[in-house]
Write a protein that binds this ligand. Sequence first.
Ligand code: M6R
Length: 605
Amino acid sequence: MCGIVGYIGKSEATGMLIEGLKSLEYRGYDSGGVAVSDNGRLQVVKAKGEIKNLRSKLRGNEPAGHLGIGHTRWATHGAANEINAHPHCSPHFAVVHNGIIENYKEIKESLAMNSITFESETDTEVIPKLLELNYEGDVLDALKKTIKLLQGSYALGIICTDEPETLYCAKKASPLIIGLGQGENFIASDINALSAHTSEAVYLDDGETAKITAHEITVYDRAFSRVEKEIKKINAAAEKTGKAGFRHYMLKEIYEQTAAVQKTLLSITKDGEVCFENFPYSDSDIKQLERVYIIGCGSAYNVSLIAKYNFEKIAGIAAFAQYAGEFRYEDTPLNGRCLVIAVSQSGETADTLAALKKAKGAGTKTISIVNVSESSISKMSSYNIQTLAGAEISVATTKAFSCQLAALNMLCLYIALRRGGCTEVFSEIAVNMSLMLPKKYEQIFQLENQIKELAYEIKNMDSCFFLGRNTDYAAALEGALKLKEISYINCVGYPASELKHGTISLIEKGTVCIGLVSSEDILNKTVSNLAEVAARGAEVIVFAPRSMAQSLARFGKVISYPDSIPLLNVQLEIIELQLLAYHVANEKGLPIDKPRNLAKSVTVE
Ligand code: M6R
């Protein structure tokens, strides 16, 4: 959470910083701020709320200078107000920070005993204060002494009044990238903030610090010895971050699923076969696997749960979906015959990263499914399957989710074939049918008006239940999460069978219950559960494949989607649930791409 940027070079820093912050706003939008150095004179401007507020405050009043740092905040310590907004300063330093300083209280108390006072409630403010205390004219030395005292996570951008030509940065467990330009250099939390200006970058590793001028970059390791870093090309796919005529990023990204899923599938299949280049595990390793754990947070957990059912059904292996934040603190028995699959769009989610680290430490086999290349999770796993969704800006994930599901399905088939869980013919049909999904998405997009009308009818509901069994239960969780996160309606995903064990007492006349039925196997069972809530006055809306719509006609509203095979129907169902969530929130006039209290990438625990 939080996004940081920094600039040193030939242009005016303020404009560059604001532009960078705009593209990082998905990481938090509680407040924004910049510090610009004009030959050593620091000017700091902050504003509560989105970056547009900061921009308005700066209009006609932009601080001059070619060196600066900027921040967009997702509040962790202290309210979302201007005082707590970054940059935080001391007489010589201005600092922006993404992460959490876990021992800030202890540091604050020690500094207070030395009569050092604080303005804000943030954990970050201890950093400029410590830098000041440790500063004797050598910034690197002050940084070395300061960093040694910090526990927790940080990506830091730092400027000092005595060095008007130098930008400093440091990283531990929060992402930080240095963008290389011609006579100018940049730092940012991710490549979206850099790709308009540079095609080359250096990815800092944990414990590294860098000293950056307009023409030179020097990176130091934990011991502050110089290290050579590889210069990497920035992926051009990350560049297209505009709304392309759509009202919101979310809708644009829903529509982009056609290309994103196709691209992801084509990168891991060939002539109807799943192929993972340089896969690290042999067929015999796969045969010997005892259990698979699929871990993630939020939507990444929901997609993991869909995969759990598929791994058990098709690959015949015991599979468990776990919330990464739970998994990391559980005493799950793990060994070399366990495979842990970490799923993440950003590749930076703190809980997923920590859970993966724990799994690695226990000697398990590890695979990640990550959208952002060079991210911490992709680098930590033994093998990464990269989803090719491109930059996902809307906080509510859509295209990354669908690509994750496509990749998990392919991994499931790959493992199933090697364990004798399915035949080559089954696998080939599943691969080919998967490649036909994008065409079916197009057909779903033709139904958008029908879904829009439904959204209009239900937009004023107080709560909504999503009910399904097996993979439909996992889809129910995702449908509920999507709708609640952007519409602020209390939505719950439930196993259809569970309702009558307590929750059915909440059902009354007019309660909206969305039933998901994607497979004949469970059709009758889920239908009985939906009949139970209908009998108690619920308004039941069912999402089902076209071929089943007839048998569900007894419920007032059935939204159908094109038929596929049972493995893939849920992948179509999800698209309709995404559209429903989008249109409900749109009818309510809510800030769809930046829902309140949220940030896209949750890099704190
Ligand atoms: O970047 P990740 O996929 O690891 O993020 C995990 C969750 O924070 C994310 O899926 C979140 O639940 C989405 N906002 C849901 O739309």
